[in-house]
Design a protein around this ligand. Sequence first.
Ligand code: PGA
Length: 251
Amino acid sequence: MTTTITPLIAGNWKMNGMRASLDELTTLAGIMTTGDAPRAVVVICPPATILAAVARQGASSGILAGGQDCHPSAAGPHTGDIAAGMLADAGAQYVIVGHSERRAAYGESDDLVRAKAEAAMGAGLKPIICVGETEAERDAGNAEAVVASQLAGSVPEAAGQHDVVVAYEPVWAIGTGRTPSNDEIAQMHGAIRRLLVDRFGERGATVQILYGGSLKPQNAREILALDNVNGGLVGGASLLAKDFATIISAV
Ligand code: PGA
């Protein structure tokens, strides 16, 4: 059986973006609506302060909005946190969970990431669940084992009935301009696919597996063409409409 998976290109703006950045979205929409229709689902995950504006403005050009994180609870005394339902209420359809920057800076465990993914699904959002090894783990030959264990711990059982997205982001490739070789990316994505199929059967065969980590206009075409690479999670290169549009059109 061959499965067709619609590619997904998600931009992770991280802690970048003021209201003025909506101009970049206007430029992106302009590029996207003048060329051939994009073959990928396009999502922008801006800071929460401009999420509603991005969702509103993106609607007319087919650009979807996503959050960058959510709390596992629906509401309550969690100063500074944002519930998945609030992101949905602001117009988000996706939310990134378990990004390595949060795993590293806030000690987020697989259990917590899984709880966040469950909260996201409960709120009707599609979680983009991030996994990826550090450079030391890759050097020690443990990259696949680390990613397998993160997947087992971070992807909820309910992913068998819901839409989830997995993003493979080697920590050492994020923001560094370095990437694994094409063979290494294809091997890891193949391993992730096998684990998803083993656990979720046919459903696992349709999960979008994104590559993230220094994905740029220069390398997008070859990386996005690799087996089991169903799109990308783009940090730095998503901040400039022109670069992001080039990556979208590389699909
Ligand atoms: P980068 O970030 O594209 O700037 O490497 C990717 C990410 O952290 O999602």
